[in-house]
Design a protein around this ligand. Sequence first.
Ligand code: SF4
Ligand code: F3S
Ligand code: FES
Length: 251
Amino acid sequence: MGYDARFRVWRGDSDGGALEDYVIPVNEGEVVLDIIHRLQATQAPDLAVRWNCKAGKCGSCSAEINGRPRLMCMTRMSTFAEDEVVTVTPMRAFPIVRDLVTDVSFNYEKAREIPSFSPPPDLAPGEYRMQQIDVERSQEFRKCIECFLCQNTCHVVRDHEDNKTAFSGPRFFIRVAELEMHPLDTGDRRDAAQDEYGLGLCNITKCCTEVCPEGITITDNAIIPMKERVADQRYDPLVWLGNKLFRRGRS
Ligand code: SF4
Ligand code: F3S
Ligand code: FES
């Protein structure tokens, strides 16, 4: 059964804005993105929103719904009571472009800082061999759809713009962990993870894990193992001695 929902949507641009109220029909089975599209089609033709797949796979429609970072296309209207006001605001950690669209280029800059996969030089493509267990371990991290909800949620940058230069954020900690755990990768990103990507600023609050729409166990499976690897390298006396003797970066 359809009903009229009350929506409150942030409208504005980098110079400022405000929440605007709308009453809008909702049909059974719809998601928040359907309602935003109906608003565009009927009452607010200039409402800016970014989306592509409407299937939870492109990572474009990230926003904050009643204050919680979520994908608009994966948030069912049945989540809310019919008399509840549904507030939709843009991601808070990134600069506003307009309305619900933010400038997420911070994330692309951080992605570029991480050295790519470096296989052994004597192996040709097609000669790579890995254990299934290693394939499965990194498979979880490769489910990332780059929605940047985890980046938006992490308190290290959410309320502290000045931390952005020193902190890559949870999405990129899983990228580093994926490469570190790859048995054929010859790089060593542990020092960079700590000193350049800001792994030490993470105090394991797990908020990133809670909002990930792909259910990636960011904190337990990527961040904590990376912290352990950094600690092993820096503070384990045997590893330290081995590194001195053999001038190797890896434990
Ligand atoms: Fe989105 Fe999860 Fe990837 Fe973060 S790790 S960008 S929350 S899919
Ligand atoms: Fe931030 Fe996630 Fe760490 S929310 S503090 S990166 S556990
Ligand atoms: Fe692609 Fe929502 S529109 S994830």
